[in-house]
Write a protein that binds this ligand. Sequence first.
Ligand code: FES
Length: 278
Amino acid sequence: MTNWIPLGSASEIPPGNRKVYSLKGTEIAIFHVANKGQPGQFYAIHDCCPHQGASLVEGEGTGTEIACPLHDWTFDVASGECHDFPEFPLTRYELKVENGNILIEASAFEELDIHDHLFLVRYGAMGWIDHFSAEEDAAFSHRDRIILNTSRGEEIGEILSKAINQNNSITPAGSILRMFTPTDQQKLLQQEDITTHVLEDCQSLIQERGMPTEIIDCEQLFDQQTVVLYYLGNRMPALEILAQELNANYAWRIVFHPVDEAPAPSGCSSGGCGCDQK
Ligand code: FES
């Protein structure tokens, strides 16, 4: 049986407006999208941009489209799709309006009750630090190498500490799958390093095309499926075309990931983190 949690009255959000509610420490943005001559439609998303955690309710957009106020990635609140980087979709929640009340499907939040074993983990070529959940009986020590499940895929991380805040006010960036083992090390050693090729190909194409994009690093994930190119500069359609071309040339999935030259003014600095800091 589906359980529903009441959030508030639908009359609090006129058509074309949005509002944020807090549920078990998660910020939920409700969008009331106007529908010509028809009753408006309500949509619920996690109010945390999958890029660097900005509040999306502050963004501009019409219909079901919303642009993140921080770096302008655009999303569809109905489908969750990220138009710029499809690998970074929004987290959506099922909702219904009953007797004038907005009700949200409870299962995503019931899960938060058991997500209470959190660790601070450093991961990725940019050295991001974020919270990751683990099994309740998991025991990790400072500097343990681990395998993580993040929005980008499976990658290697390093335990910094157990999180001080173990309540549900934090949304983990992913989960800790297990310890990094000698077999993993073996796999890593056998893995062909294609970052130099990808980096060189990408940089020469950028130069050829006179694009104002600076590639600052390249990382190949442990899952042997994804290569991430980190860049400075604005997102632009030409970069998406370049990603498609590189993807056609390599068996790996090549994705571009923007990096702020200055630290983000709010939220953590990770990408696709699920960070709920505003
Ligand atoms: S696009 Fe939303 S935080 Fe960067």
